[in-house]
Write a protein that binds this ligand. Structure first.
Ligand code: GRF
Length: 207
């Protein structure tokens, strides 16, 4: 049985699109059954609909001062759709322990740095300022600690002498698009080898 997966977004949804594309392969162990955004204007919603995936907004502004109410609405929609796992893909709301706890072990996030380096925002700028030789991206389980859950997979990107924030971000994003589906598959069935040739500098943590 393929695992029913929902993707939570807030913006353009390029990682979401990469997951949908990977899951279009019949051998992939997950199907994307729902995309939710906290922002009705998120470009990813239309992108998802064009691929035939149901996509809806649950606008956080409809729940002023009520983070718990917003998360309860998200949780109810996920349950109604029979969702078994959740992938955060550029979801820009900090989650409370309620939603994290409801999906413990079954909620993944992608972060544009080699965690534990550079949790939080502006990761590419901070990596350049720190002068690191390797940057990259991480897929991890979501816990109550921001960007601090167990790491599932990482892909490294060399920082080049003339890199700026934009071109470093672009090269990391290419790896994100590959890494997320690899990590999701790995989380579900313990195997990621069907994608491995695309990664030159990728590591998977023991499950
Ligand atoms: C990605 O860089 C992801 O790592 C971060 O937010 C960005 C979302 O981009 N969490 P997109 O919406 O998937 O294009």
């Amino acid at each position: 049985m393929r695992r029913k997966v929902a993707i939570l977004i807030s913006g353009r949804g390029s990682n979401m699109a990469a997951l949908i594309a990977a899951a279009a392969a019949p051998a992939f162990p997950a199907e994307i059954v729902l995309v939710l955004s906290n922002r009705p204007a998120a470009g990813g919603l239309d992108l998802a609909r064009r691929t035939g995936v149901p996509a809806e907004a649950i606008d956080h502004r409809d729940f002023p001062g009520d983070r718990a109410g917003h998360e309860a609405a998200i949780d109810a929609r996920l349950r109604a759709a029979g969702v078994e796992m959740v992938c955060l893909a550029g979801y820009l709301r900090r989650l409370t322990p309620f939603l994290v706890g409801r999906w413990a072990g079954n909620m993944l996030n992608i972060h544009p740095s080699l965690l534990p380096a550079f949790p939080g925002l502006d990761t590419h700028r901070r990596a350049l300022e720190a002068g690191v030789a390797l940057h990259g991206c991480t897929v991890h389980l979501v816990t109550d600690t921001l960007d601090g859950g167990p790491i599932l997979a990482q892909a490294a990107v060399p920082v080049l002498a003339d890199d700026n924030e934009a071109n470093l971000a672009a090269r990391v994003l290419v790896q994100e698009h590959f890494l997320y589906s690899l990590a999701l598959k790995y989380r579900i069935d313990g195997s990621a080898c069907f994608l491995a040739p695309q990664a030159s500098l990728c590591s998977l943590m023991p499950l």
